[in-house]
Design a protein around this ligand. Sequence first.
Ligand code: 2RA
Length: 351
Amino acid sequence: SRPTLALIGATGAVGTVMRDIVSTRDDVWGEIRLVASPRSAGKVLRVRGEDVVVRALAPEVFDGVDIAIFDVPDEVSAEWVPIAAQRGAVVIDKSGTFRMDPDVPLVVPEVNPGDARDRPRNIISTPNCTTLSMMAAMGALHAEYGLRELVVASYQAVSGSGVAGSARLYDEIEALAGDRSIGQTAGDVRKALANKLPDESPFPAPVAFNVVPWAGSYKDGGWASEELKLRNESRKILGIPDLKVSATCVRVPVITTHSLAVHARFEREITVADAHRVLEAAPTVVLMDDPANGVFPTPADVVGTDPTYVGRVRQAVDFPNTLDLFVCGDNLRKGAALNAAEIAELVATEF
Ligand code: 2RA
């Protein structure tokens, strides 16, 4: 019989994309239940062309649920994911709470689909959107050439911080639009925004007319949590416990689609042609690599689509077996909702 799916966090930035994704992919679901905080309960939202009333998060909403996809803050997942799992649902969790738990697989269907079957806690984690944005491409290259080191700089979209992140960039742009004197004196953007948008921003600096070298929370040694996630999660997904990874995460004035500049060293010799062949053969990767003709991926051209886009593949001149490349992926789709939906579809085949 067709499994019952519950979407927890149905009204958030990812939840909205999730409803679109389950409405447009092959329909393998019986009932689809929408769940959110009590604040959103009672709202009517459309899924698969039908109106569904949002239910408030409570233990009973998991009765009869086969698979539950959670996209809620870490502390909500910490409390509610075990409740859903104990009530018999296979939980696919997007939060950071369980990702590094050795009893919870961290799955990217293109890279380690088999891990989804080994889930002693009835929980499967889906990675951080920044890690996910490069995984399909790096997984394909790793499978043939053996990845040894990654040095990454991210260019992260504001919707990574949810609806509030997108709202903030739109508000900042609106507040500053038309003022052609802005962005020319130290602190002028900050000052103008302090006057016009006194509410607290989800970002630690202006994000319009700016780039912000920070994503996530403060960690020892001056690292941002996002940078450590990139390291730890890449190691776990790729199954390379000693993969060397160093990252700098930066927020940029883009609404949706994360980009990464990746410097990757491999075990075996690899040329640009080798990488092109592997990436072209990877079903969910799109190669856009003809810079002489202005062809490379940019967020504005890929937002709203499913694949991982790769361009600017170059042989690093001074580093053996090393490529530099640029990756773009929609952080709300493959970076979040789509990966969770693909894991859910994998699990659904067991029913
Ligand atoms: C961000 N990766 O972009 C985070 C969201 N989970 O803020």
